[in-house]
Design a binder for this molecule. Structure first.
Ligand SMILES: [Zn+2]
Length: 77
């Protein structure tokens, strides 16, 4: 069983389909049982969707990183 901390570390890989089958399964199990992480992932998806509407080259890496940091902090609050 993943902890919430581990889940936040895997979330980008999950959204980019880079998790192994087992990790994906563990990830989904946690999300299914943890409403905090469910909210967190909804938030992440929303951001990915927003960013997805922009051509990739228009997202500076520092903006992307800043967003990820922001989400990690948000989860800790
Ligand atoms: Zn959780």
């Amino acid at each position: 069983m993943l902890t919430c901390q581990q889940l936040t570390e895997l979330v980008t890989e999950y959204l980019e389909n880079r998790l192994s089958f087992t990790d994906r399964l563990r990830f989904r199990m946690h999300v299914g049982m943890c409403r905090h992480c469910r909210a967190y992932i909804d938030q992440m998806r929303q951001t990915v969707r927003t960013l997805g509407r922009l051509p990739a080259e228009e997202i500076p890496p520092e903006v992307r990183d800043a967003l990820l940091v922001q989400f990690r902090n948000w989860k800790r609050q």
